[in-house]
Design a protein around this ligand. Structure first.
Ligand code: NAD
Length: 417
């Protein structure tokens, strides 16, 4: 596992094209446009991957995942999800994703070390002109700002089409996590479901959040504001269950502390250690929100999932066969990741449009940038959830109808900004 920064920076090499075998995709003919490996030329050690999935609607926009075990396969899957997400939301972007495989905690905790890494990563990304980075697990808006400034220096112009998106507010960006934009989309989906399902309401519903981070934490708070009771929450340190409800103020306060949710001070019915975090997924509830890593729900636990609705905060938290089983055998609706968690990337698209189009920027500012972005997210997610419900027929599950919608829009010129 790479630990020391490469003295002379990274090199980038293109990987040979291979057929894709996406487990969840109905688009079996799909081929990714380009995949790259980023490596240290002195040692040949691979540090990361960049996948540009599809650029029919525009450059491939998607986050940088920095984790010790991120793999090319994970990056490929996520890049395809980004194509579907950007297309379904009618954004002028295709799909892309990158992964940085870093184990050394200094690169996460020491801002100076991380800045140096991001400068070198930005040099590498500059060579891949069809990829626009954003933040994802392990990276944040300040990392994106470094990439933006690096590319600005290289291009010697301020308003350009490279760099990244989802930057800090103080630099004129739209901070996805600071403004809780992805959570806002999940909230919109939940409110829309209330209207679509006669016997479902948020008030007094029980919610479990797997991954109480930037997506999971604010989603819990927003659902709670509509009367939902959050009975379970987890992070990488522990999982907490209290059928009478957890204290969200405390959870929100401790989630970014060292040790995260293990600092929770109040009584709980059960507390699961890191080896048994996934037991929380089996807690009886109305809404389960997986908001951590891929494949939370698989054949291993499918029969023990005991909720009514799954709101997919994470990307690829389950697969199409799993969702078939959940819907047809257990009558459980799973709302597809690339439809309901599009809030963050919609924010990225608004930010980029604002830097490139003065009139658009003025219009957005007149409404208030955050209010405008939240409104766009709410309307996009809500409209798509409704349209997908209308398309569900016969054997179709939510993911089938969502994929059909996204694939249709890849070729359309329609833009919602
Ligand atoms: P984050 O790092 O802020 O939060 C992730 C949380 O999951 C952390 O609390 C972490 O401790 C926890 N976690 C990790 N592994 C776990 C496990 N096995 N069990 C329980 N908890 C675990 O990341 P985030 O930005 O909230 O992203 C979460 C997911 O949502 C990712 O899949 C990401 O791709 C997806 N997503 C994020 C955004 C966004 O705007 N941040 C947008 C779309 C999708």
């Amino acid at each position: 596992m790479p630990n020391k920064l490469p003295a002379n920076g990274f090199s980038v090499r293109k990987l040979p094209k291979t057929e894709n075998t996406f487990r969840f995709s109905q688009d079996n003919s799909h081929k990714q446009e380009a995949r790259f490996e980023v490596f240290d030329p002195a040692t040949n050690q691979v540090w990361g991957f960049v996948t540009v999935d599809n650029t029919q609607r525009g450059p491939g926009l998607g986050g940088i995942r920095m984790l010790p075990d991120v793999s090319l396969n994970e990056v490929n899957r996520l890049a395809h999800v980004m194509t579907l997400k950007n297309s379904a939301a009618c954004l002028p972007y295709g799909g892309g994703k990158s992964g940085l495989k870093v184990a050394n905690q200094n690169f996460y905790k020491d801002r100076q070390q991380k800045n140096l890494l991001m400068e070198k990563w930005a040099d590498a990304l500059f060579e891949i002109d069809k990829y626009i980075p954003a933040a994802d697990m392990g990276t944040d808006e300040y990392d994106v700002q470094i990439i933006q400034e690096n590319h600005t220096r290289k291009l010697r112009q301020k308003n350009h089409h490279r760099g990244g998106s989802g930057r800090p507010e103080e630099y004129g960006g739209i901070p996805l996590d600071g403004w809780e934009l992805t959570a806002h989309g999940l909230y919109a989906a939940a409110l829309t479901l209330e209207e679509l399902l006669e016997d479902f309401q948020l008030n007094n519903s029980k919610v479990v959040i797997q991954g109480f981070g930037n997506v999971g934490g604010p989603t819990a708070v927003k659902l709670n504001q509509k009367g939902a009771l959050v009975v379970g929450a987890s992070d990488i340190h522990c999982a907490l269950w209290n059928p009478k409800g957890l204290d969200l103020d405390e959870l929100s306060r401790i989630r970014k502390q060292e040790g995260g949710l293990s600092n929770y001070s109040q009584r709980v019915e059960r507390k699961f250690d890191p080896k048994n975090l996934d037991w929380l997924l089996e807690v009886p509830c109305d809404i389960l929100v997986p908001a951590a890593r891929p494949d939370a729900i698989t054949a291993k636990n499918i029969d023990r999932i005991d909720c009514r609705i799954i709101l997919q905060g994470a990307n690829t938290p389950s697969s199409k066969p799993v969702e078939y089983y959940l819907m047809h055998r257990k009558k459980l609706i799973s709302l597809t990741d690339f439809i309901v968690n599009a809030g963050g990337v919609i924010g990225c698209a608004v930010e980029r449009q604002m830097t490139q189009d003065k009139d658009y920027s003025e219009k957005v500012k007149t409404h208030g940038t955050r209010a405008y972005t939240e409104n766009l997210i709410f309307n996009t997610v809500s409209k798509n959830v409704r349209e997908i419900f209308n398309r569900i027929k016969g054997d179709f599950i939510f993911r089938d109808a969502a994929t059909e919608l996204a694939l249709e829009r890849i070729n359309s010129k329609e833009i919602w900004l």
